[in-house]
Design a protein around this ligand. Structure first.
Ligand code: MN
Length: 289
């Protein structure tokens, strides 16, 4: 199942080039009270929501996919975890380009040594919302990444069980201002984490270690890679993250970007595609800064 959020917080099931509006499935969500939980209510109740979606589908209103504004498929993640350099050829380009590494040695370490980092939840946006670029005197780079959406509470997950803790997958765009500051600071302005176009439930992706990904800017291919080249694969990332954080339903892990990162400027259109998930178009504009 491909589940999307669109327009005014509507819930949709994606069927080819149309969306079935299944927003009524959200009615089964429990009403949470203050203090709010640190998990995403939709993902925490995904099985029940999907059962409702199946009941609603035959009568659901169909809307052309191209006519909606896609939001992040996870509305309220507890945290967004990100992998730094996690492809060997991306490490090589980081080492070779001072415009990327800024002369900061710690930005070129192996992921086992540097660990993971967090992006602010307020940086999250959907494909239809676009990217609002700031600090335009600096490089603002695209980074396409496979995004893993956690489905169950997880702590110290063994490698061979790791996939059981995943609800589904999306495409992530980890927008990055290049510079000497901490990653979380440069990668967390509003709209600098794009998640979309929807979440594909885990059952549709037989092997997340064999997914083709492509990112184009204005039609030109910038990044083309396969998740088979990940240094820490999907299982390893879930295991590694869960040894430091408790993972909750709706937590997002963006798995790191392959080689080919490069600048995006206002007016550019990015097109990101991952096999088995789909594709999305993201427009870049100038933000206030
Ligand atoms: Mn990244």
């Amino acid at each position: 199942m491909k589940l999307c959020r669109f327009n005014n917080n509507r819930l949709g099931a994606v069927l080819g080039d149309s969306i079935a509006d299944v927003s009524d499935a959200l009615r089964i969500l429990p009403q949470y009270t203050y203090p709010l939980p640190c998990f995403d209510p939709l993902i925490a109740n995904l099985d029940a929501v999907l059962a409702q979606v199946s009941l609603l589908l035959p009568q659901a209103q169909r809307i052309p996919l191209g006519s909606v504004r896609l939001l992040s498929p996870v509305g309220s993640p507890g945290k967004i975890i990100a992998a730094p350099i996690n492809y060997t050829r991306h490490l090589e380009e980081v080492l070779a380009d001072k415009g990327i590494n800024n002369g900061v040695e710690s930005f070129t370490q192996h992921i086992r040594k540097s660990g993971l980092f967090l992006k602010a939840n307020s940086s999250l946006a959907g494909a239809g919302e676009g990217v609002s670029l700031i600090h335009l005197d600096r490089r603002n780079d695209h980074e396409i990444e496979l995004a893993i959406i956690i489905g169950r509470e997880a702590r110290n997950v063994p490698l061979d069980k790791a996939l059981d803790y995943i609800a589904g997958y999306s495409i992530g765009i980890d927008m990055t201002i290049r510079g000497p500051e901490e990653r979380s600071f440069r990668k967390s302005p509003d709209s600098y984490t794009i998640l979309g176009p929807w979440m594909v439930t885990r059952d549709e992706i037989a092997d997340p270690g064999k997914l083709e990904m492509t990112l184009r800017v204005n039609g030109q291919v910038r990044q083309a890679a396969n998740t088979s080249d990940l240094i820490l694969g999907v299982r390893e990332l879930v295991e590694f993250a869960s040894r430091f954080y408790t993972l909750y339903p709706g937590d997002v892990i963006i798995s790191g970007t392959p080689e080919g990162v490069g600048p995006v400027v206002p007016g550019d259109v990015m097109r990101a595609e991952i096999s088995g998930i789909g594709s999305m178009e993201i427009r870049a504009r100038a933000g206030a800064c």
